[in-house]
Design a protein around this ligand. Sequence first.
Ligand SMILES: [Zn+2]
Length: 304
Amino acid sequence: MRFNEGAGLDVSEVQDLRGSGGGIGGRIALGGGGVSLVGLVLYFLLAQFGGIDGPAATGLGDVRAGEAVDNGSLAQECRTGADANRNRDCAVVATINSIQDFWTDQFARSGQTYRKATTNFFTGGVRTACGSATSAVGPFYCPADAEVYIDLTFFDELRQRFGAGGGPFAEAYVLAHEYGHHVQNLLGTSDRVRGDSSGPRSAAVRLELQADCYAGVWANHATTTPTENGRPLITEITQEDIASALDTASRIGDDYIQRELGSGRVDESTFTHGTSAQREKWFTTGLTTGDPARCDTFGARDLG
Ligand SMILES: [Zn+2]
């Protein structure tokens, strides 16, 4: 994946919480005692990390009383596509810009308005309107504040623990998946999960596979979505890039994780994200069609 060297980046779509040292007053006011994580809320890899299955995330010692946003260094380092081509943080910013440019256009085409979602970079732990979370849960989207949260060291873990090849486009797939959940939140699709949060044909799995499909839809359009100055922010996505996204998808399926990183026994009744094959299939469906309407995992009889 290559970024257009001359294109400008918009760091305002990101909030950098990594440098914060505690600070006075939480950035996000928590409701009374809201430290529990609702299982449905943490869509990405929740169940797979640290045996966190249910509503409670433990070990919140890293979560600070408040996080201060400091976008200073991002604003300084990440100005153009050229910066994105040589700096990973900037590549993440650029990718988020591209994803949101696409969905803004896509919503507008159907007479709807896309509301941009901020991505928060954090380390260790973070407080959100969905409760507090540690990095162990992986990247996630919180519908209650409509923001994405990611500890970027997750990308290292994908390579080291999951054995994924990684790379900028593998990372783009992860981000586009989380923004897929934002799209679902805007469209009201997320509400369909309530009470059907695990099992091979559950609404939870359908929601996850749809987010994978939406990630593929963005990837289809990534090199043709213009920025404000009219030129696409991403100039090239190679077959190798696509392969790296599919490789990542293949290592975060429920069956793969249970077999390779869990007990070794695959239990379909606990599936929350779908199998590796299903995740690859739905990303590919989005990628090859470029059409969100083809991502109807809720209507699909055969999930793959
Ligand atoms: Zn997800």
